[in-house]
Design a protein around this ligand. Structure first.
Ligand SMILES: Nc1nc2c(c(=O)[nH]1)N[C@H]1C(S)=C(S)[C@@H](COP(=O)(O)O)O[C@H]1N2
Ligand SMILES: [Mo]
Length: 318
């Protein structure tokens, strides 16, 4: 992953909040226009093949959101991406992921569960109330963002499939379709991209199933139509475009640990005291800012998650 230094991101001309508000006004104007000509029906505003940019209705504000930090501009969140199925450059996903077909889409939930199930994406969108979750995200490469995700706690899925007592871990598998994803034709990683969590991490309310950002349907480059987001871990734990969720007894193999076990562990909690073998993790560059800021243990979510790792040597379980 971090083979080269990330390219400098040009400073944004507009602040993220201004941009967000502007988008909101734009949507409201659109909705008013729709109402005026009698088009404001659910079918029009949330079509079956919901594209990036489609507004997600009825978002709840979540108390689990990080507040007081400037949001990373929409433009940066959607053009500075890691999504190796669409190439290894930061701008490759936004340039090439538009071809990804996100309908029809289903997520198979299987393994150590009493009620294995296939969830259609439309069911996933309606399974639980959609919330706005503003999270800090920290990539293992040393950059970070603050992103207003849309989704709900992944525990909403867990409770519907009733894991058995043997379910100790959850494995997430991303789509790997060489017809649609040019990166998958190359042996960059061991495809499909897979990630995993321990059961208590997966159950934690901060772990979300994510279907949007900035109040809209998730852009393809950010992992449409559905991804996982775990804010206290390095970004690579948050798998994109998920098609399979498997509950298992043994700690699952994960893509980055398979690529380089010494550099990328299973836990990968953000930890400024445990350096990557090739660089320090003590500082980070917030995208859109100049200079660096100190990286915070568990990405600042320690109050909520530190107890999950009580008694564990985090140098060993990195
Ligand atoms: N399937 C898949 N998921 C992935 C990746 C990937 O290459 N493929 N990259 C990861 C990495 S390294 C990061 S930092 C985040 C980036 O998410 P974002 O582009 O939405 O900010 O996605 C993660 N999820
Ligand atoms: Mo990353």
């Amino acid at each position: 992953m971090p083979i080269k230094q990330p390219a400098a991101v040009p400073p944004s001309e507009i602040t993220s909040r201004d941009h967000y508000l502007h988008r909101r006004e734009f949507m409201q104007a659109g909705a008013a226009l729709g109402a005026a000509v009698g088009l404001a029906t659910a079918g029009i505003w949330l079509p079956r093949a919901a594209h990036a940019g489609t507004k997600l209705p009825d978002l709840r504000k979540s108390p689990l959101s990080t507040t007081g930090e400037a949001l990373t501009p929409y433009k940066d969140v959607t053009t500075y991406n890691n999504y190796y199925e669409f190439g290894t450059g930061k701008d490759d996903p936004s340039e090439t992921a538009s071809k990804l077909r996100t309908r029809p889409w289903s997520v198979t939930v299987e393994g150590e569960v009493g009620k294995p199930r296939v969830f259609d994406i439309e069911e996933i969108l309606k399974l639980a109330p959609l919330e706005e979750r503003i999270y800090r995200m920290r990539c293992v490469e040393g950059w970070s963002m603050v992103i207003p995700w849309v989704g709900y706690s992944f525990s909403e899925i867990i409770k519907r499939v009733q894991p058995t007592s043997k379910a100790k871990y959850v494995q997430f598998t991303s789509l790997a379709d060489p017809e649609q994803m040019h990166g998958v034709k190359m042996p960059i990683l061991d495809w499909p991209y897979t990630e995993g969590l321990r059961m208590d991490e997966a159950m934690h309310p901060l772990t979300i199933l994510c279907v949007g950002l900035y109040g809209e349907v998730l852009p393809n480059q950010d992992g449409a139509p559905v991804r996982i987001v775990i804010p206290w871990k390095y970004g690579f734990k948050s798998g994109k475009s998920i098609i399979k969720i498997r509950f298992v007894e043994e700690q699952p193999k994960t893509t980055w640990a398979l690529a380089n076990a010494r550099e990328y562990g299973f836990y990968s909690n953000v930890n400024p005291e445990v350096d990557h073998p090739r660089w320090s993790q003590g500082k980070e560059r917030r995208i859109g800012e100049f200079g660096k800021r100190a990286t915070v243990m568990f990405n600042g979510y320690g109050d909520q998650v530190a107890s999950l790792y009580a008694g564990m040597d985090l140098r060993k379980f990195y």
